[in-house]
Design a protein around this ligand. Structure first.
Ligand code: NI
Length: 175
């Protein structure tokens, strides 16, 4: 049975470390980790999760854009597990959008992100994949990819005036 993993929060050094490549073929600890990360992500209604957020300093992330309470306008996509992802291209066109993070509870921020990205990654079968993402899925990827570099969305806001608590964010979006 997969288990719910504890989420590392802002201040824990694991969120600031460079991550390690995952060797192939995959071994059981990584297979269990992926199962548990998928389980955890679905349980907490998140749209993405990166290994450092569950105290593992490896190059592994999951993107799972889907509409939920926090992101009612998100497109629905089946989740993608990316092992050793590499950002190959970022569009110069950017867009500002609200982000939050399980590792930074209670806080939201307006973050500029590229509208389009091209990504290389290895899947769980060991196959290399090349995909392009746009809009919200591209934003989710860039947020999770930052985690693998020890970066958080609060490092990307243009100014601290672009930060809000969850309570004030809800007040703002509900007008
Ligand atoms: Ni995050």
């Amino acid at each position: 049975m997969p288990e719910q993993l504890e989420i590392a929060q802002l201040g824990n050094p694991v969120l600031r470390k460079e991550t390690e490549n995952i060797p192939f073929p995959l071994h059981n600890p990584h297979i269990h980790l992926m199962d548990n990360m998928l389980f955890t992500l679905k349980n907490v209604n998140a749209v993405g999760l990166a290994a450092p957020q569950v105290y593992i300093s490896d190059k592994l992330l999951i993107i799972a854009p889907a509409p939920n309470d926090k992101y009612p306008d998100a497109p629905s996509m089946s989740s993608i597990i990316m092992i050793n992802p590499q950002l190959k291209w970022l569009s110069p066109e950017t867009e500002d959008g609200w982000e939050g993070c399980l590792s930074v509870p209670g806080l939201r921020g307006i973050v500029p992100r590229s509208l389009y990205v091209e990504v290389f990654y290895t899947d769980t079968d060991g196959n290399c994949n090349n995909i392009r993402l746009s809009g919200f899925p591209a934003r989710v990827f860039q947020h999770e990819y930052d985690h693998l570099q020890g970066m958080l969305f609060i490092d990307r806001v243009k100014s601290t005036e672009n930060l809000a608590t969850e309570k004030e964010y809800i007040r703002m979006v509900q007008g």
